[in-house]
Design a protein around this ligand. Sequence first.
Ligand SMILES: [Fe+2]
Ligand SMILES: [Fe+2]
Length: 330
Amino acid sequence: MNENMQKEPQSETAGEADGAVTGSTALADAAVKSVPSTASYSQKVTCSKEFQYFQIEYSKVLAALKSEFEGYVFRNAPMNTELMLNMTRELYLSCKTTLELFDMLHNMRSSDDSVYAHSLNVALISRRIGRWLKMEAAELDTLTLAGILHDIGKLKISDEILNKPDKYTDEEFELIKQHPKFGYDLLKSLPLDAHVKKAALSHHERCDGTGYPMGLTQDDADDYAMIVAIADVYDAMTAARSYRSPLCPFQVIANFEHDGLSKYKPKYILTFLSHIASTYQRNRVILNDGRVANIVMLNNNRLSKPIVQFADNTCLDLSKEPSLHIQSLL
Ligand SMILES: [Fe+2]
Ligand SMILES: [Fe+2]
């Protein structure tokens, strides 16, 4: 197990502690020579060779997840959880920093919105949260597998309902809310760590009791499920939807702040949001009034509203400007 621990990139924690260093080595910066200076942050990332490599490896893992899930759920074949875990861990390790991992994931979004892509994203993000929480290698593997398998119950619901573009009927929504139980039933007899099964059952539970299917509270909810829950919501918010573009990380932080941090375990949500914010803390951004600025200092009480600096060197504290927010990364 220590071997895995050593394979986890040590630079990732250093990079996050020092956003300036991480930001200055962003893929978007690395790719800037080969793309026009007018290209968006996203275009610069997708032009990088790291992204092109990631895209190929990501597709291989997706194909494996699809084959293993479908074989198990529809044909009663054994599911090779070790294979899925190893492939996901390798993909995770191919990203040297948090910024690289999130740049990759944010830009994979438009190409695949399947349960498999979502499950893989949740596994990768959960593993990163586990690293921030200083979990051990064996725990990180359990957490990663919990992310991979958290939505397997959705395979028991028809694609027609799952991918319905319109609003769900009450009956359809009640069925969708059963997917954690379907997932638990699929996993309960397998020789898996109990946290993996509990994560499938309770990743939609919330610490304030507002979740489903059981309305558990913080004291009853499984810790791994509560980490997967944060990764799950983050992935859903940053995915492109038919009715909106993907949100930028600062809008996601604002959404978490708005929805109420009490829904999540304080230690986990605060760790997650502060690392996300510091990952992007040297980025250039566009505000919702169209102005371009650099983030110069984070506000720990309001992570979605940092202090920014404009080209003329004037600074603005966004937390004191209710009408202004960060619209996108540049
Ligand atoms: Fe779910
Ligand atoms: Fe999910």
